[in-house]
Design a protein around this ligand. Structure first.
Ligand code: SF4
Ligand code: SF4
Length: 137
């Protein structure tokens, strides 16, 4: 069961919408809300915003709501939604774009020097790399 999500009435376009387009390369305006993406998504029941509504909110410029959502982090990047979309909308790339926006905003979120040396030696390298996987625009 998908959880309900409150949406604010803030501005309908933003620089973040442009950034999402620049990062993902996806034209979200091609979507006509058929719902195939959500119907085929194996993780939809765990998401707070189903994939077709992610695309609708992206069309409307509600990017802040999307990057605060759990959905992009629940997405398993399996691309089932992308394959099923009759309009060629690459929803999986939109999810990745949203994750990238969050990661780029939190550039100073983790400082390697603040991680205990003993813990740092024990942590799997991929955990550290995952936290530093950011690019400045
Ligand atoms: S499958 Fe494609 S056209 Fe249908 S709702 Fe999802 S993104 Fe939109
Ligand atoms: S890529 Fe993500 S949103 Fe698309 S079907 Fe897979 S888990 Fe769902």
């Amino acid at each position: 069961m998908t959880k309900k999500k409150a949406i604010s009435s803030r501005k309908l376009t933003s620089e973040d919408a442009d950034q999402l387009h620049d990062i993902s390369g996806v034209n979200v305006y091609a979507c006509y809300q058929c719902g195939n993406c959500s119907a085929s998504c194996p993780a939809v029941e765990f998401m707070d915003i189903p994939p077709h509504l992610v695309i609708r909110l992206a069309q409307l410029g509600f990017i802040d709501e999307l990057i605060e959502a759990e959905t992009p982090w629940i997405c398993a990047a399996c691309i089932t939604c992308t394959v099923k979309c009759p309009r060629g909308v690459d929803i999986a790339k939109v999810m990745e774009g949203l994750r990238q926006i969050v990661l780029r905003r939190d550039f100073e979120h983790i400082n390697i020097r603040e991680i205990d040396k003993k813990l740092r030696e024990k942590l799997p390298q991929i955990a550290l790399i995952g936290n530093f996987r950011k690019t400045i625009l």
